[in-house]
Design a protein around this ligand. Structure first.
Ligand code: NAX
Length: 327
């Protein structure tokens, strides 16, 4: 059998953690033949640690054949030790009366510390996925705080937005989600993101030949995908958890095991293509193979798309400027 991979998960006692850990332990993220060790981080707070212990008791009670160990941590320097994969889910949510600027600042402190810890103790090829919001900027901060690790290994989660867009397009076109390829969500994981189906195919046919409805694109598709997080909170009274965990699994599984030639969306540090300044963590189409991703290049960007892509970029640059003095 293969040697176990170490998967660190932060915010492990939170609601996404609860929807995520059991699926990782069941082999849904790294493969049904891949043993795993879970290294779980929570804040030192007594209640959080007690809740984390309860989650571990339930993991124990599943007797997962692939789960070779689980440890609880309150310090990122022990949680990230030798980690092969790090899922940074825990973050400070916006509290009452908190400005966006304050949110950026408290999270910058968390992700600076976690980036440094990854830099010092994780596997030299650790693959990092940031889920905790503001995800792109948190990933940027962690990347900047880990100069000894490859920047390309720091990614942010746009996959939930990608999956949401797949379902909206499938419903409009009357096809199965599995028949859609080449969908993209550009930019920031925020309502400014730009879901783009100009290159998509439906069962091999250009999506634009089936769904040629500019009004639907502008006034239904883009806002529905962009505001889906808020719609879930409104309906459930809680933010997306199972679908977020599912997207995290999709993201890491495809990154490590490959996307079989299909396009998937990942937030990755820009290499300068599409006019996105180098290093900005931006959602782009990628194809993954053998543990690496390659950005799909040279797609034509029309005037409407340029405008949308610059709009979401502007927000990311503002977030970056807001934390510059802390890095
Ligand atoms: P919860 O509040 O249920 O859980 C978060 C957990 O993280 C808590 O148990 C908390 O104690 C812990 N935590 C906070 N700071 C920590 C730190 N410094 N180290 C370790 N643990 C820490 O939130 P949940 O619903 O699980 O959501 C987690 C994050 O995902 C939030 O920031 C949320 O905004 C973000 N999301 C991101 C999505 C995306 O697509 N990128 C979608 C879903 C979700 O909204």
């Amino acid at each position: 059998t293969k040697p176990a991979l170490r998967v660190a998960v932060t915010g492990a006692a939170g609601q996404i953690g609860y929807a995520l850990l059991f699926r990782i332990a069941a082999g849904e993220m790294l493969g049904k033949d891949q043993p795993v060790i879970l290294q779980l981080l929570e804040i030192p707070d007594e209640k959080a640690q007690k809740a984390l212990n309860g989650v571990i008791m339930e993991l124990d009670d599943c007797a997962f054949p692939l789960l070779q160990g689980v440890t609880a941590h309150s310090d990122p320097r022990t949680a990230f030790k030798d980690a092969d994969v790090a899922l940074l889910v825990g973050a400070r949510p916006r509290g009452p009366g908190m400005e966006r600027k304050d949110l950026l600042t408290v999270n910058a402190q968390i992700f600076t510390a976690q980036g440094k810890a990854l830099n010092d103790v994780a596997s030299r090829n650790v693959k990092v996925l940031v889920v905790g919001n503001p995800a792109n900027t948190n990933a940027y901060i962690a990347m900047k705080s880990a100069p000894d690790l490859p920047s390309r290994n720091f990614t942010a989660m746009l996959r939930l937005d990608h999956n949401r867009a797949l379902t909206q397009l499938a419903a409009k076109a009357g096809v199965a989600v599995s028949e859609i390829e080449k969908l993209i969500v550009w930019g920031n994981h925020s309502p400014t993101m730009y879901p783009d189906f100009r290159f998509a195919t439906l069962a091999g046919k250009p999506a634009l030949s089936v769904v040629n409805d500019d009004d639907w694109n502008r006034n239904v598709f883009i806002p529905t995908v962009g505001k889906r997080g808020a719609a879930i909170i409104d309906a459930r009274g809680l933010s997306s958890a199972a679908s977020a965990a599912n997207a995290a699994i999709d993201h890491v599984r495809d990154w490590i095991l490959g996307s079989n030639g299909k396009w998937v969306t990942m937030g990755v540090p820009s290499d300068g293509s599409y006019g996105i300044p180098e290093g900005v963590i931006y959602g782009v189409p990628v194809i993954t193979k053998n543990g690496e991703y390659a950005v799909v290049k040279d797609l034509e960007i029309d005037a409407f798309s340029r405008e949308r892509m610059d709009f979401t970029l502007k927000e990311l640059l503002e977030e970056r400027d807001g934390v510059k003095h802390l890095l």
